[in-house]
Ligand binder design. Structure first.
Ligand SMILES: O=c1[nH]cnc2c1ncn2[C@@H]1O[C@H](CO)[C@@H](O)[C@H]1O
Ligand SMILES: [Zn+2]
Length: 345
C-alpha cells in the first residue's frame, strides 16, 4: 500500500474545489472580522456550522452548510483573501495546478457585480501564484435552482472578461441535481459552448442520476463533476466516455457524505479506472467535507491496496489532459509530473 509519506511527496492536480466550501478556520475568522460578523465563540462551534457531519443524509442537506460562509464572502477584499487561502491550502497538498470554482451570483449582496466578483477571486489567485509554486484558475458555477434568465447573465462575465483574462477557465453547473436535471439547461449550455467556453458539469452525484452524465456530454461538457452514477451506465455508454476522454472529477469524502454512495464496494473509482475511464481525485469542499487532497489520496490508497504509484501518476495525467489551460502549459505539467513521479519510484 502507498504510504501517507509518499502521497505527501506526489505532485498533484486538483480540478474540482469549491471556494466557498474550502475556507480554512483562520480565514473564516479573518473574513468575519472584516465583515463585522460575530461568529460562534469557539473553534469547535464554528467548525460545527461549517462542516457537514458524517451522517449527512443527502446532497441537499450537504449544500445547506454553505449558508454559513456565504455572508462572509460579499466584498472584493474577502473574496480575494478566500481565493488566496484555498490556493495556499492546495499548495500544502503539493498541488501544482488547481481550478477553484464558485457561483458569482451568491456574492452580490453588498454591491459587487458578477464581473467584479470574478475579478476579486482572480486577484486572490494571482497573489497566491506569486507566493506558491502553483498555477490557479477560476471556474464560474451557475446554480441549478436559479432561473434560466439569471443563469444566462453569466455569459456576460465571459463576454466581459475572457478577452483580457486567461484565468477565467470555464463554466460549471452546481447545486440541486435531483430536482433540476441537466436537460433543462440545454439552451444555457448552448450559449456557453457557442462562445467556446470550457464546460464541466456536476452530474451523476445522486442515486438514479446516471442520465445526467450522458446529457452533460451531449451538451458539450468535457468533464463531469463526480460522475459517480457512471457506474449505472451500460458497458457501451461507459466505453464512449472513455473514448471521448471525459474526465470524472471524483471526491471520495464528499461522495460518501452526499450519499451518492454508501459502501466502498459500491464506490466506482477503481472499477472505472480499470476500464480505462479518466477518473481523477479532488476534495470538492475542503472545509464542508473536513478534508484535504492528502486525505483523499490516503483513502484511495487504503481502499485499493493495489493502486500503485504509477496509477496515482496516471490519474494526474488524466487531470492534466482535462485541465482548462493552454496546450503548452499541459505539456509542461505532463513533463514535470513524469520526472517527479520517476524520482519517487
Ligand atoms: O458537491 C456538490 N454538488 C453540487 N453543488 C455543490 C457541491 N459542492 C458545492 N456545491 C455548490 O456550489 C456552490 C458554489 O461553490 C456552493 O455554494 C454550493 O451550493
Ligand atoms: Zn462540487
Amino acid at each position: 500500500m502507498i504510504s501517507p509519506a509518499l502521497i505527501a511527496q506526489m505532485p498533484k492536480i486538483e480540478l474540482h474545489c469549491h471556494l466557498d466550501g474550502s475556507l480554512s478556520l483562520g480565514t473564516i475568522k479573518q473574513l468575519a472580522e472584516n465583515a463585522g460578523i460575530t461568529l460562534p465563540a469557539t473553534d469547535a462551534e464554528i467548525l460545527e456550522r461549517a462542516q457537514a457531519p458524517e451522517h449527512t443524509q443527502s446532497l441537499l442537506e450537504y449544500l445547506e452548510r454553505f449558508d454559513f460562509v456565504l455572508p462572509l464572502l460579499q466584498t472584493a477584499e474577502n473574496l480575494e483573501l478566500a481565493a488566496y487561502d484555498v490556493v495556499a491550502q492546495a499548495s500544502a497538498d503539493n498541488v501544482k495546478y488547481i481550478e477553484i470554482r464558485f457561483a458569482p451570483s451568491q456574492h452580490l449582496k453588498q454591491g459587487l457585480t458578477l464581473a467584479t466578483a470574478v475579478e476579486a477571486v482572480i486577484a486572490g489567485l494571482k497573489k497566491a501564484e506569486a507566493d506558491f509554486p502553483v498555477i490557479a484558475n477560476a471556474l464560474v458555477c451557475g446554480l441549478r435552482q436559479e432561473s434560466l434568465a439569471s443563469l444566462s447573465e453569466l455569459t456576460t462575465i465571459f463576454d466581459e472578461l475572457s478577452s483580457k483574462e486567461t484565468k477565467l477557465a470555464g463554466f460549471d453547473l452546481a447545486g440541486d441535481e435531483l430536482n433540476f436535471p441537466q436537460i433543462g439547461f440545454d439552451p444555457l449550455l448552448g450559449e456557453m459552448t457557442s462562445r467556446g467556453i470550457h464546460i464541466t458539469l456536476h452530474a451523476g452525484e445522486c442515486p438514479g442520476c446516471s442520465q445526467n452524465v450522458l446529457d452533460s456530454v451531449k451538451m458539450g461538457a468535457s468533464r463531469i463533476g463526480h460522475g459517480i452514477m457512471t457506474k449505472d451506465l451500460s458497458e457501451a455508454e461507459q466505453a464512449s466516455l472513455k473514448e471521448k476522454a471525459i474526465v470524472l472529477e471524483m471526491a471520495p469524502s464528499s461522495n460518501f457524505q452526499t450519499k451518492a454512495i454508501k459502501t466502498v464496494a459500491d464506490y466506482p473509482f477503481k472499477t472505472l479506472y480499470d476500464k480505462g475511464l479518466h477518473v481523477t481525485l479532488n476534495t470538492d469542499n475542503r472545509t464542508v467535507s473536513n478534508t484535504n487532497l492528502q486525505q483523499e489520496y490516503e483513502k484511495i490508497a487504503g481502499w485499493y491496496p493495489d493502486f500503485k504509484l504509477s496509477d496515482f501518476e496516471q490519474i494526474n495525467h488524466y487531470a492534466i489532459d482535462g485541465a482548462f489551460v493552454a496546450e503548452a502549459v499541459k505539456q509542461e505539467l505532463h513533463q514535470s509530473f513524469e520526472k517527479s513521479y520517476q524520482a519517487l519510484a
